[in-house]
Design a protein around this ligand. Structure first.
Ligand code: NAD
Ligand code: UFG
Length: 341
């Protein structure tokens, strides 16, 4: 019988791509999502790609009754991937309580329910934001955690601690904490992708909307950083590569008996690309010009960060593979599907 996995936030950007990869790998997926930052049509995209519609319950994981109802309605769930969270850094500064409540109470409810319903493990979506501005690059998992610069970032640090403390207390569960670098792109089918809400904060949705004429121009936030071309450097990782890492992590967590109960992996490519290099890659791979100007630095931005992914490569047995130009082509194809001006 197929192993049943709960994907919270499964109609969201990374959750939908991960659901596709889980189903392709033979897992049975149950999604819970409150549709606060996604829509139900995403299920059609997942079904069109995989030939299978995941089970879906609309609901909010910050409500314990809903969580209990979910595990009762779908018995036998063995593992959870917890994507459900609010993720806008700027908004978290304006509305800290909303972020602490949504990101932490949801996690607490899942953890509390896990032993009760016999769920063996949880994969958690963390972020390289926990490293702050690194002292050295590439950065590995042993690097110090820096004080968070936003309530959002703080929820990731606290969540990692909550999970670790719970397991150290003897809770009968395992966990893998995945620290994502910068997920970008869309499924090559263009049937699922990122659905930005309002004016995008992140680079790629803004870039593709500017290329599509929806925004006048992209502003590159600063060209006077201490980097070769002066713009910030990130480790942009293709969302399908990222999704596949979750399948590998789930398999390791549930099937290998001798692993540590809490493990941490960086999920990145190991390649730092500047904002200007990314624009170049987009233009080269799509033949489409990006209207852009250089603007002031954005407050709170990290100058440069990219991953040392060796632990994920060797211990987890996963490696990012999609070339950046393919990722940019997929991002553009997805934008064309969403629409141009
Ligand atoms: P997303 O907003 O596209 O997906 C999150 C999904 O969770 C949405 O569909 C939303 O409706 C749902 N959701 C939110 N709160 C919920 C709740 N209380 N109950 C049920 N559903 C809820 O975001 P994403 O980019 O797919 O990110 C997924 C996870 O990865 C998040 O935890 C995010 O913090 C983390 N992460 C994302 C990035 C990134 O750049 N996208 C980087 C690092 C970490
Ligand atoms: N950028 C621009 N113009 C824009 C948007 C972004 O120049 O319009 C630049 C930023 O200054 C930064 C780079 O593009 O140098 C990437 O910015 P994003 O906002 O796309 O991503 P961040 O690295 O700032 O942060 C993202 C998520 C965080 C997450 C982090 C690590 O927003 O939630 O990646 O995973 F924690």
């Amino acid at each position: 019988m197929a192993t049943k996995i709960l994907v919270t936030g499964g109609t969201g950007y990374i959750g939908s791509h991960t659901t596709v990869e889980l189903q392709n790998a033979g897992y049975e997926v149950v999604i819970i999502d409150n549709l606060s930052n996604s829509n139900i049509e995403v299920l059609d995209g997942i079904e069109a790609i995989t030939g299978k519609r995941p089970e879906f319950m609309e609901g909010d994981i910050t409500d314990m009754n809903t969580v209990r109802e979910l595990f009762t309605r779908f018995p036998g769930i063995k593992g959870i991937i917890n994507f459900a969270a609010s993720k806008a850094v700027g908004e978290s500064v304006q509305k800290p309580l909303l972020y602490y409540r949504n990101n932490l109470v949801g996690l607490l409810n899942l953890l509390e329910a896990m032993p009760e319903f016999g769920v063996e493990g949880i994969v958690f979506s963390s972020s390289c934001t926990v490293y702050g501005e690194p002292d050295v690059n590439p950065i590995d998992e042993t690097a110090p955690i820096k004080p968070a610069t936003s309530p959002y970032g703080n929820t990731k640090q606290i969540s990692e601690e909550i999970i670790t403390d719970f397991i150290h207390s003897g809770a009968p569960i395992k966990s893998i904490l995945l620290r994502y670098f910068n997920p970008v792109g869309a499924h090559p089918s263009s049937l699922i992708g990122e659905l930005p809400n309002g004016v995008p904060n992140n680079l790629i949705p803004y870039l593709t909307q500017a290329a599509a004429g929806i925004r006048k121009e992209l502003t590159v936030f600063g060209d006077d950083y201490n980097t070769p071309d002066g713009s910030c450097i990130r480790d942009f990782i293709d969302v399908v590569d990222l999704a596949k890492a979750h399948v590998t992590a789930m398999r390791r967590m549930l099937d290998k008996k001798d692993t540590d109960p809490v493990e941490i992996f960086n999920l990145g490519t190991g390649r730092g690309l500047s904002v200007l290099e990314l624009i170049e890659s987009f233009e080269r791979s799509t033949g489409v010009k990006v209207p852009y100007k250089i603007g002031a630095r954005r407050e709170g931005d990290i100058e440069k960060i990219w991953a040392e992914p060796t632990k994920a490569n060797t211990v987890l047995g996963w490696k990012a593979e999609v070339p950046i130009d393919d990722t940019m082509r997929n991002a553009w194809a997805w934008q064309c599907r969403l629409g141009k001006k």
